[in-house]
Ligand binder design. Structure first.
Ligand code: SAH
Ligand code: DHB
Ligand code: MG
Length: 230
């Protein structure tokens, strides 16, 4: 049965709007990226403002010197995090789609972050394996937000690119469809996300929980995985 709505808006979406209005003022750079992404017709799948603020605060708490993002799109989440780091922090964001990478670079340049943020074009798996192979220094914070089918792989590679104290954040840990914790076997994204949740929950090197989030116009419940590498 459908949940009872208050007015025309669900209670969850009212809570989301309340948080966005009072606690998640968008920085100028992120606004520029959101408006630019809309204008250029990118799919509206960036983190909502309430989640942007969550990852920004977690970034501020972590104070990283090296930050890795998996899945750039228009650099909206990238810029939310970039606003919270020291000028010496290097951000690398991985994107497979050439058009997305070009749009992201334009937003990053217009926001004045060109020297600090590198958009690395290519499949995230290859980019991460290349970083491991060339002994790139570990990252202090890694935000995973790309193709959901590869989350279990990205988590393993992220741990290999971590050191003790690294914070790994994973967006969208509650799939859109299906029974909670029991995905339809044909829903490969959901199967991968729940398998990644199991990996998170049982990994000997992680202290972790899911922070519930509210996303989308209808106020769907989702979650941000927050994992500290031991
Ligand atoms: N983090 C962004 C949203 C990312 S959407 C934000 O919140 O603002 C997911 C992005 O991952 C898309 O731009 C998509 O092109 C990219 N992507 C999908 N598969 C990928 C892959 N295999 N490697 C790297 N990027 C990928
Ligand atoms: C969607 C939302 C996301 O945060 C994401 O990373 C991918 C897709 C979506 O709403 O479809
Ligand atoms: Mg996401």
């Amino acid at each position: 049965m459908e949940a009872i709505m208050i007015g025309s808006q669900s209670r969850n979406s009212q809570v989301k709007d309340y948080i966005c209005h009072h606690f998640a003022a968008e920085p100028y750079s992120a606004r520029l990226a959101r408006e630019g992404s809309d204008a250029k017709g990118l799919k509206n799948i960036h983190v909502p403002e309430n989640v942007g603020k969550m990852i920004q605060l977690l970034t501020q708490l972590k104070a990283p010197k090296r930050l890795l993002e998996v899945g750039t799109l228009g650099a909206y989440s990238t810029l939310w995090m970039a606003e919270a780091v020291d000028p010496e922090c290097k951000l690398i964001t991985l994107e497979a789609d050439e058009a997305h990478a070009a749009i992201a670079r334009d937003h990053i340049e217009r926001a004045g972050f060109t020297d600090q943020i590198e958009v690395r074009l290519g499949f995230a798996e290859s980019s991460m394996r290349a970083m491991i192979a060339t002994n790139e220094p570990p990252f202090d914070l890694i935000f995973i937000d790309a193709d959901k089918e590869n989350y279990p792989l990205y988590l393993e590679l992220a741990i290999q690119l971590s050191q003790s104290g690294t914070l790994i954040l994973c967006d969208n840990m509650i799939p859109k469809h299906g029974e909670i914790g029991a995905p339809d076997p044909s829903d490969l994204e959901a199967v991968a996300i729940y398998s990644c949740n199991q990996q998170l929950a049982h990994h000997p090197r992680l202290d972790v929980t899911l922070f519930p989030t509210i996303v989308g116009d209808k106020g769907r419940l989702d979650a941000l995985g927050v994992a500290l590498v031991k």
